[in-house]
Design a protein around this ligand. Structure first.
Ligand code: NI
Length: 403
């Protein structure tokens, strides 16, 4: 087991000149403070207060709340009225009990920054500070977004109109599959769509000893769980990624009673809109028809739906240029996998081109701890890298959009 370092992190050489000691200390302190005080989705009130305070300390004075727990800071560019671009950091934590052993581990029982959004929020604040010191061509909107873990916050920020003028957007995720100093900025799908489904089966209850008097929803449920496995195996083109997982089933209250109802819930993942449409519509059709075969009715509903994140080529080229300028061309590495995790950054990409990157967060020789694990943490050196790459991506895009 890797023991997380507790020393102050060193700034990677390539970007050390960008950070004054005061800024570096402020960012490390902010990240540790956020990590110690994680808040669940839509409850990020202390978090947004801390972020606003640090933005103020760093001299960013155009800061406003666009939702109860969403903050947008405007960092002025060199040219008034030039095209605007946006940088996004998400800020919410997860219902996970922390087991990192960090000295700044969560002080809130059962809540943890297990997905690194403490680091993402700090990147965005750091990018704002770097852009204030060395402005982009046009204004940069720095979005501190709540409720990513529910797949809800981004859509609400978009609806608020706060980004109506933005012409491109950049964001990133910490990732311990990659070492500190490595950056992934690939064109195309980088996060899957997520569709949470619930299926309610209604049959007819009976005594467990007289099944012929029932329409047993438990048997129908079992048949649907098994049949759902054929969606990927037999409906989907083998060349295309897709997932159908049933994660929860509930039925009955006694061993000798056939219940009237049964429910199941799960998630569908896909990297392309057409795959997503196929799997969701086929699940509905299959559930209804299998249920009918057992004399039951199925009601299929979907919620917490996010589209796939598909990086647009031009914006991705800008992000790659930025990573190369900041860290050198050796820093760029391919994702090398199909990522079936969801990410609500997708909602921004429905409105404007953008690129969602992965920023390496594993110390040399460290473990590849998965996000959402109780032992997940990001090596702190990645704080500076994410801030520098996002700020530079905004500069490159801003310059290109103006010409
Ligand atoms: Ni995350």
């Amino acid at each position: 087991m890797t023991t997380p370092s507790t020393d102050l992190p060193s700034i990677p050489n390539a970007i050390a000149p960008l950070f004054t000691p005061a800024l570096a200390a402020e960012l490390v302190a902010l990240r540790r403070d956020l990590h110690r005080h994680p808040e669940l989705s839509w409850r990020e009130t202390r978090t947004t207060g801390a972020l606003e305070q640090v933005l103020g300390t760093l001299g960013i004075d155009d800061v406003r709340r666009v939702l109860e727990t969403a903050v947008v800071a405007r960092v002025p560019g060199r040219v008034r009225g030039a095209p605007e671009v946006a940088v996004r950091g998400d800020i919410d934590a997860l219902p996970v009990r922390e087991a990192t052993g960090l000295p700044f581990a969560s002080s809130v029982d059962g809540v943890m920054h297990a997905c690194g959004h403490d680091v993402h929020a700090t990147w965005a604040v750091g990018a704002a500070a770097l852009l204030r010191a060395s402005p982009a061509h046009g204004d940069v909107l720095v979005v501190l977004q709540p409720a990513e873990e529910l797949g809800q916050g981004a859509a609400r920020v978009v609806e608020s109109g706060a980004l109506d003028e933005a012409r491109a957007i950049f964001g990133a995720h910490v990732d311990r599959r990659f070492e500190v100093g490595q950056v992934v900025a690939d064109v195309g799908p980088v996060n899957a769509s997520t569709d949470t489904f619930e299926i309610e089966l209604v049959g007819a209850g009976a005594h467990g000893a007289r099944p012929h008097e029932s329409h047993d929803p438990v048997v129908a449920l079992a048949a649907i769980v098994m049949a759902a496995q054929t969606l990927v195996a037999r409906r989907l083109d083998p060349a295309l990624p897709g997932v159908v997982t049933v994660g929860a089933v509930h039925a009955g209250s006694a061993p000798n009673v056939i219940p009237e109802r049964a429910t199941m819930a799960g998630t569908i993942r896909a990297t392309l809109p057409a795959t997503r449409e196929l799997l969701t519509s086929e699940l509905g059709r299959l559930a209804e028809q299998v249920a009918a075969a057992y004399g039951c009715a199925a009601r299929v509903t979907f919620k917490d739906r996010t589209p796939p994140v598909v990086n647009e080529p031009q914006a991705t080229a800008w992000a790659r240029t930025a990573a190369e300028r900041v860290l050198g061309s050796a820093a760029l590495v391919p994702f090398g996998t199909t990522n079936m995790g969801g990410e609500d950054f997708a909602y921004y990409l429905e409105k404007m081109p953008g690129c969602f990157m992965r920023i390496g967060a594993r110390e040399p020789g460290g473990e590849r701890i998965a996000a959402h694990s109780p032992r997940f943490y990001a090596a702190e050196e990645s704080l500076f890298i994410g801030a520098a790459v996002l700020a530079e991506a905004a500069r490159v895009a801003s310059e290109a959009l103006a010409s």
